[in-house]
Write a protein that binds this ligand. Sequence first.
Ligand code: ZN
Length: 128
Amino acid sequence: MSLTLRCLLGYWEPVPINEIEIRSETGASMANERDPEATLEQWKDEMQAEHKDAIENPDPDEDHGIEAVMQVNYRLYYEYDTESASLERAREKQVDELADPELLACSCGVRGMTRPEARAHIEAVRSG
Ligand SMILES: [Zn+2]
């Protein structure tokens, strides 16, 4: 059993190290506290591995089709209607063209794929 010293009422006494509760300044137990950055990195790695697996090993029981949802912006023009004292939409003008998004999804549920990833996913479906 490993021992350490504890200061009790000004006297140092040896106590088993596993009986000492290590507390941070906030009072939270540090026993289960992990480096948050390392935890985040580990989580990212796990997510990336899962993402890669979902792309490369498509579920044969699902339907697959690459898709995306995109928005096109319009500028809306309003006119004041004196009779009803309200603003009425008079006309609209398309501000930008419909563009392809950077990330694509598959109807099977795999999301956030780059174009090469989406292509790899469909190729895996076709070869599977
Ligand atoms: Zn799919």
